[in-house]
Design a protein around this ligand. Structure first.
Ligand code: NAD
Ligand code: WQD
Length: 337
């Protein structure tokens, strides 16, 4: 039996594919390479097995997904495949709804038609919008503040509705801010174009691809005035998926679970630890607040501990050290410079 990983050539999917392989599962990756490359698949194979099956396809195509399920005797699915840029989603809402909701429909349809019931779905802390209270629990109010976030809420609701009338069991993992890389430095985050996320941006400043980091806002109501997030090591996140699959129960229907550390760190704290890890003081400038940013958010990870027996254990220092290791080994990502 095998686990199908849609979007498995991407940042979180590649790390999860490696950890799923280490858990003793047979892994099959399906990805349309819209935000990744075969170089990522080669790197995953170098850490797993040289013939790890990879299918280049659109997860929205339920016929293809169904054929992969039958051919590889798939009995569980982790569905990462989605577009994830907040700013791009504002420019291209139709593409985002079409791809993110369409791929979730394609995957669930293929699962139901072929009798596969265990699904882990990539959700996001973005479903909480700007929270009134922190930390956020799974029952905190939800609300989308951009089209990307709306696609995650629509997918969650779709999965609630489908699980209610089918044999589908769904665990929606709401990730906070994933950073870091595999300790080998062989796989990592490889954004196409100029990164919008904090850690990929500052790493590209560190290798000289970008001039300086803009700190978006130093006038928030936080201890040092910069915005606070729950950064989580991508390897901890990857292990969270294995724990989720291992703990799923038949007829569990739909369960949403936060995957975060439970600790908030400000932009200036991240910058200070990055400077320490990299060994230089990165050039920065203070810029205004970024439109749509929330002031502070971090997870209450109690439910993940209770249901999955999982908790994050890698520090912010380890996240940045591993991210830096990957960036040094691959200054231009998977592409040759
Ligand atoms: P990523 O872009 O690196 O990986 C997504 C992968 O899915 C890419 O390889 C892309 O080529 C593929 N893909 C996209 N649409 C597809 C389709 N229709 N069919 C097949 N493949 C398709 O992104 P990531 O950071 O690894 O995110 C993975 C998942 O986690 C996404 O669902 C994302 O929304 C969610 N998420 C990400 C973050 C984050 O900050 N990175 C936070 C919370 C949730
Ligand atoms: C973190 C902090 C920025 C860049 C995004 C998505 C969210 C989820 C995780 C997918 C913020 C500040 C950033 C820079 C900065 N993704 N910053 N200078 O915005 O918390 O969340 O990724 O589901 O949906 O919105 O992450 O890394 O972009 O920003 O000062 O150049 O760093 O303002 O306070 P964010 P981020």
């Amino acid at each position: 039996m095998s686990v199908l990983v849609t979007g498995g050539a991407g940042f979180i999917g590649s790390h999860t594919a490696v950890v799923l392989h280490e858990s003793g599962r047979k892994v099959v990756i399906l990805d349309d390479l819209s935000n990744s490359s075969t170089a990522a698949v080669d790197a995953i194979r170098s850490l797993t097995r040289p013939d790890l099956p990879f299918v280049e396809a659109d997860a929205a195509d339920s016929d293809v997904v169904g054929r992969v399920i039958v051919e590889h005797e798939v009995d569980e699915v982790v569905h990462f495949a989605a577009y994830k840029s907040v700013s791009e989603s504002v420019e291209k809402p139709l593409e985002y709804y079409s791809n993110n909701v369409g791929s979730t429909i394609g995957v669930t349809r293929a699962m139901i038609e072929n009798g596969v019931s265990r699904l882990v779905f990539s959700s996001s802390c973005t479903v909480y919008g700007e929270p009134d209270e922190v930390p956020v629990t799974e029952s905190s109010p939800t609300g989308a503040v951009n089209p990307y976030g709306a696609t995650k809420l629509v997918c969650e609701q779709l999965l609630v509705d489908v699980a209610a009338v089918s044999a589908l069991d769904v665990m929606a993992l709401r990730y906070f801010n994933p950073v870091g890389a595999h300790p080998s430095g062989n796989i990592g985050e490889d954004p196409i174009g100029v990164p919008t996320n904090l850690v990929p941006y500052l790493m590209q400043v560190a290798v000289g691809r970008l001039d300086r980091l803009s700190v978006f806002g130093e006038d928030y109501d936080t201890p040092d005035g910069s915005a606070v997030r729950d950064y989580i090591h991508v390897m901890d996140l990857a292990h969270g998926h294995v724990a989720a699959l291992d703990s799923m129960v038949p007829h569990g229907r739909f369960t949403a679970v936060n995957l975060g550390t439970g600790e908030g760190h400000s932009v200036l704290e991240v910058l200070a630890v990055a400077n320490e890890v990299i060994g230089i003081s990165l050039p920065t400038q203070v810029a205004g607040r970024r439109a749509g940013d929330v002031e502070r958010i971090w997870a209450d990870p109690t439910l993940a501990a209770q249901l999955l027996g999982w908790h994050a254990n890698r520090s912010l220092h380890e996240m940045l050290a591993d991210h830096w290791h990957w960036q040094q080994k691959h200054p231009t990502g998977y592409r040759a410079s």
